[in-house]
Design a binder for this molecule. Structure first.
Ligand code: SF4
Ligand code: SF4
Ligand code: SF4
Length: 180
């Protein structure tokens, strides 16, 4: 009989504590700033961190507090900037210009006559090859300045676009054609 009383008392206490916690979570819940919510909804939710924040929500909070510019979401591009400007009541700014292509020079060795004009013109010593020998470009050193292409008498130097790596990848929604 005494066990039954103990169980009833503990059950009653558990129910009371549960009800109290439920009430507290309702009444004391921190309400989300509606501006943050709106900004967050306008963001692409890719969570890529290219804005400099851990994710879209963190960026939304910073924008709402005027601690971050409205133009930092690279995947969102101009359309997201326009939406954030409308929410914040400010003039839209232009999205950052597309980054120039990352180029490097490539020599067609079949056409190279070994004049060395390119290696003399290269400001970063990215071209190797002796006199009257085939020349070649060290891709990792090439800055893509194109100076070598201007001096080559056989026009055998072409500029190629360097393949992107995870470190240089800069995703834009417009790349996928998601924008209306
Ligand atoms: S750059 Fe844009 S999509 Fe990426 S985390 Fe920041 S707000 Fe989100
Ligand atoms: S593009 Fe510029 S850096 Fe590259 S090999 Fe030519 S001269 Fe050198
Ligand atoms: S300038 Fe042209 S032809 Fe002369 S070494 Fe360089 S690549 Fe070869």
């Amino acid at each position: 009989m005494s066990y039954l009383i103990v169980i009833i008392i503990f059950t009653a206490i558990a129910l009371a504590v549960g009800a109290l916690l439920g009430f507290a979570s309702e009444k004391l819940a921190v309400k989300e700033n509606p501006v943050v919510e709106k900004i967050n909804e306008a963001l692409p939710q890719i969570q890529c961190g290219q804005c400099g924040y851990v994710g879209c929500h963190q960026y939304a909070e910073a924008v709402a507090k005027n601690e971050a510019a409205i133009s930092l979401c690279i995947p969102g591009g101009q359309s997201v900037i326009n939406e954030l400007a409308a929410i914040m009541g400010v003039e839209p700014v232009a999205a950052a210009a597309e980054e120039p292509e990352d180029l490097y020079a490539v020599i067609d060795e079949d056409k190279c006559i070994g004049c060395s004009k390119c290696s003399r013109a290269c400001p970063v010593a990215a071209i190797v090859g002796g006199a009257r020998m085939k020349h070649t470009v060290i891709e990792a050193k090439c800055t893509g300045c194109k100076l070598c292409t201007e001096v080559c008498p056989t026009e055998c130097i072409q500029m190629n676009v360097r393949r992107q790596t995870p470190a240089t990848w800069n995703y834009r929604i417009s790349d996928a054609g998601w924008e209306e």
